[in-house]
Design a protein around this ligand. Structure first.
Ligand code: AMP
Ligand code: MN
Ligand code: MN
Length: 334
């Protein structure tokens, strides 16, 4: 269900009732992607246009910005979790499906006198005072842009660049099923501010260090095709370890888009990328071409996501994690 008229009105009222001098803390999910950072920073810039003077944007965990997003407008508002306002007058949350994705910042949300949650995950667990959760939105930036519009903040090129990056990443460069007429209409309005889609796309999709390309080659080289998995629909999987990253001197974010070549395998409906994040701890990306709802698998393991793209944290060795996914797929299909 998309947000109701009452929920939109409550969100507008929450922002309007905060004083321009109040501390506003914006938070997106751990290990932020283009939508998390883009929707949050675009909205932060909108708040600045509204006259707010004390704005911080942050996310939990290690404070590193993936290179493709290092040029985003509004980055001057970004602070590490440890520097974030301790007792903000308003908290706004972006692209976060469950409170666990807020890490150590969940307490800020709970204690805030005003809170607004903007999201588009069908698996959103329902937290925060005002909830703008639209599972039909292609990206959280779609929701953020609508709220700015209801606050009478016009789009400018800086806000538009943030929202465009968010929209382009979450639609896989306008390729996924969620790429509706409304998505293209929003993209058109964003581009009309003067931003350069070609330049932005090159930066966020088509630019990677040489070492990342070599690492990709090695990780793809060890992929396994399991035609019998997912009730015969097929599954393809591979994994990347911390020592792989170290060997090629690459930061973890280079693995964020590695699921894309894996999911292009024609013989498999389901694709899985198992990325090491710690000792016997793995961040698991799941994709489906449509026959299987992978969010069910992710949610059953404490993760979340969408029908065709989901993730969770797994434990053990990559073989164990994949065996669990294989078993759950069979359970869900039976
Ligand atoms: P990823 O595979 O990391 O690109 O994530 C795909 C989708 O699953 C995104 O919508 C994420 O928000 C969601 N997701 C990934 N990992 C988790 C997790 N541990 N908990 C909840 N949602 C997740
Ligand atoms: Mn995200
Ligand atoms: Mn998103």
């Amino acid at each position: 269900m998309s947000p109701s008229a009452e929920q939109w009105a409550a969100a507008v009222a929450a922002v309007r009732s905060a004083g321009a001098g109040d501390e506003v803390l914006l938070i997106c999910h751990v290990n932020p992607d283009g939508d998390a950072l883009g929707s949050m920073l675009g909205f932060a810039l909108g708040l600045r246009r509204l006259g707010f003077t004390r704005i911080q944007a942050t996310f939990p965990g290690q404070f590193s910005i993936p290179d493709p997003y290092a040029g985003l407008p509004g980055l001057d508002l970004l602070v590490p979790e440890t520097d974030a306002y301790g007792d903000p007058g308003m908290v706004m949350v972006f692209d976060v499906a469950s409170e666990s994705r807020l890490g150590g910042l969940a307490g800020r949300l709970a204690a805030a006198p005003r809170s607004v949650v903007l999201d588009h995950h069908a698996s959103n667990t329902g937290f925060g005072q005002v909830r703008l959760v639209d599972p039909l939105a292609a990206a959280t930036s779609v929701v953020a842009e609508q709220l700015l519009s209801r606050l009478d903040v016009p789009l400018d090129a800086e806000i538009a660049e943030c929202f465009y990056v968010a929209l382009a990443t979450d639609t896989g460069s306008f390729k996924f099923d969620m790429t509706t007429v409304a998505v293209h209409e929003l993209a058109a309005r964003l581009i009309a501010t003067g931003i350069r889609p070609g330049e932005i796309s090159r930066r966020i999709f088509d630019s990677k260090p040489f070492g990342a390309m070599k690492l990709t080659g090695e990780v793809l080289g060890r992929a396994v095709l399991d035609p019998a998995a997912a009730g015969g629909l097929g599954m393809v999987w591979t994994y990347a370890t911390l020592s792989d990253l170290e060997r090629y001197s690459q930061p973890p974010y280079v693995l964020d888009t590695l699921i894309d070549p894996v999911r292009s395998v024609a013989e498999a409906d389901v694709s899985v990328l198992v990325k090491q994040v710690g000792t016997r701890e793995w961040s698991v990306s799941l994709r489906s071409k449509g026959a299987v709802d992978v969010s069910g698998v992710a949610i059953s393991q404490g993760g979340g996501g969408h029908r065709l793209a989901a993730g969770f944290t797994g434990f053990g060795e990559p073989d164990d994690v994949v065996a669990t996914v294989r078993r759950l797929l069979d359970d869900f299909l039976n």
